[in-house]
Design a protein around this ligand. Structure first.
Ligand code: HEM
Length: 396
C-alpha cells in the first residue's frame, strides 16, 4: 500500500504509475501515522470547496511536528495558507488586491527584460545549468520586486525558502528541521530593517505588497508576527513553485520533441501549454486539510480531526476528469487542473505564475529551439514539491 514515509524505488523519476494505482485501487489510503491520502480529482475538488468540514489550520499537526516554541511552528501556523478565517481572509484580501491586473501589466516589461538578459548570458556560455542560470533566477527577482527587497540583498532568499518549505515534507531529518528553524529566524532578522525602512518611506500601496500589508486596516490590520510571517510566506510561495514550473516545462519539452516542434510552429499555444505543463508535472504535488467531523469517501470513513494529504499529482491525471490524462495536449481545453489548489485558498499568485511561465518558456524556446539537456540532471528529491535541483543543458 502507498506509504508517504516509505516510497518505492524509482518514485521520484516516475511517481505517476504509482499514483495511478493509488487513485484506482485505494482512493482513500490510510497511512501508518493515522493520516489519509486522497487522490481522485472529484475528492480533492470537494475538499477544497468545503471549508467547514476540511480546514487549513495546522496547529494540531505542526505542534507535535516542530514543537510549539519553534520558529517553524510560528511561521507555518501564522501564514495565511495554513489558516482559516479571520486571519486567512484578512491577509488574503491585501495580497489579492496587490495582484490586480494593472500591477501585473506593469511587471511584464521588466520580466521580459530580465528573461532576455538571462538568455543573453546563457547564449554566451553555451553549457548552462537551467535551474541556477534561468528557472531559479526569475521568480526571486519578481517576488523581490513585489516586496521591494533591495536587489543586492536577495542572495540568501532562495536557500531560506528551500529550507522553510522543505520542512513541510512528511518526514524530516534533525538537520533539515534545524535548517528550517534557523532559516525562519534569519529571515525574520533580515526583514526587520526592510520593514523599518518601509515604515519610514512607504511605497506605492497599489503595487507594493509590503506597504499594503503594513498599512491595511482590514479588521484591525496585522500584528507584527503576522506581518513578518506573511512576508516570508509570499517570498517562499512564489519562488520554488515557479522555478519548478519553468524547469519542469523545459524537461517536458526535451522528452516530447514533437510537442516542442508544435509549440515552435505555433507560439500562440504557449498560454494553454503552460497550464498543460502545470497539470502534467505539478510543482506542488501535495496539499493538506484537517477534518472537523467524520467524513465518508467511497464507503470509507475518515474520523474527525484527521490530517489528510491531497495528492494533486494524481488528481491532475485522473481519467474521470481528463481525456488522455497522460498525454501532453498543448491546446487542452478545458483544463481545470488543481495545480493551484482550489476553493478559498486557490493560489493568490496564479496569474503572475502563468505570466512568468509563458514569458520564460516561450522566449527560451524561441531563442534556443534546439536546446539539449545534458547528463547530470538531479531531481529535488521532495514529495511535496516536484522539480529539479540541477538541469544541465547545452543551448548552442
Ligand atoms: C507555478 C507556480 C505556483 C504554484 C504551482 C502554486 C501553487 C499553490 C497552491 C497549490 C496553493 C494552495 C495551497 C493550499 O491551500 O493547500 C497556493 C497558495 C498560495 N500561493 Fe501559490 N503557487 C505558485 C505561485 C505563486 C506565486 C508566484 C505567488 C505570489 C506571488 C503565490 C502565492 C500564493 C499565496 C499567497 C497562497 C496562499 C493562498 C491562500 O491560502 O489563500 N503562489 N499556491
Amino acid at each position: 500500500m502507498f506509504n508517504l514515509t516509505a516510497l518505492p524505488e524509482g518514485f521520484h523519476e516516475d511517481p505517476y504509475s504509482i499514483y495511478a494505482a493509488l487513485r484506482e485501487d485505494t482512493p482513500v489510503c490510510p497511512q501508518p501515522d493515522g493520516t489519509f491520502v486522497l487522490s481522485r480529482y472529484e475528492d480533492l475538488d470537494l475538499v477544497y470547496r468545503d471549508t467547514t468540514r476540511f480546514i487549513s489550520d495546522k496547529k494540531a499537526v505542526f505542534g507535535p511536528k516542530y514543537g510549539v516554541d519553534s520558529p517553524l511552528y510560528e511561521h507555518h501556523t501564522t501564514s495565511l495558507v495554513f489558516n482559516d478565517p479571520p486571519l486567512h481572509t484578512r491577509v488574503r484580501k491585501v495580497m489579492v488586491g496587490a495582484m490586480n491586473p494593472r500591477a501585473l501589466a506593469q511587471m511584464e516589461p521588466g520580466l521580459i527584460t530580465l528573461v532576455d538578459s538571462l538568455l543573453d548570458e546563457m547564449q554566451a556560455k553555451g553549457d548552462v545549468e537551467l535551474i541556477e542560470d534561468f528557472a531559479g533566477a526569475i521568480p526571486i527577482e519578481i517576488i523581490g520586486n513585489l516586496l521591494g527587497i533591495p536587489r543586492d540583498e536577495r542572495g540568501p532568499l532562495r536557500d531560506w525558502s528551500l529550507a522553510i518549505l522543505g520542512a513541510l515534507e512528511p518526514q524530516l531529518t534533525p538537520e533539515q528541521e534545524e535548517w528550517g528553524n534557523r532559516s525562519v529566524a534569519d529571515f525574520k532578522a533580515f526583514l526587520r530593517h526592510i520593514i523599518e525602512d518601509r515604515r519610514a518611506n512607504p511605497g506605492d500601496p497599489e503595487t507594493d505588497v509590503l506597504t499594503r500589508l503594513m498599512q491595511t486596516d482590514v479588521d484591525g490590520g496585522l500584528t507584527e508576527v503576522e506581518l513578518y510571517q506573511n512576508c516570508i510566506f509570499i517570498l517562499n510561495a512564489g519562488h520554488e513553485t515557479t522555478t519548478n514550473l519553468i524547469g519542469n516545462a523545459l524537461e517536458l519539452l526535451e522528452r516530447h520533441r514533437d510537442k516542442r516542434a508544435e509549440l515552435l510552429a505555433n507560439p500562440n499555444l504557449i498560454t494553454t501549454a503552460v497550464d498543460e505543463f502545470l497539470r502534467l508535472e505539478s510543482p506542488n504535488q501535495f496539499g493538506n486539510r484537517l477534518t472537523t467531523e467524520d467524513v465518508t469517501f467511497h464507503g470509507h470513513t475518515i474520523p474527525a480531526g484527521t490530517d489528510i494529504h491531497l495528492c494533486i499529482g494524481a488528481a491532475n491525471r485522473d481519467p474521470r476528469q481528463f481525456d488522455q490524462p497522460d498525454e501532453m495536449l498543448l491546446n487542452r481545453r478545458p483544463n481545470k487542473h488543481h495545480a493551484f489548489a482550489g476553493g478559498p485558498h486557490t493560489c493568490v499568485g496564479l496569474t503572475l505564475a502563468r505570466m512568468e511561465g509563458r514569458i520564460a518558456v516561450g522566449r527560451f524556446l524561441q531563442r534556443f529551439p534546439d536546446y539539449q539537456l545534458a547528463s547530470g540532471a538531479e531531481r529535488g528529491g521532495r514529495i511535496r514539491f516536484r522539480g529539479f535541483a540541477n538541469l544541465p543543458a547545452r543551448v548552442r
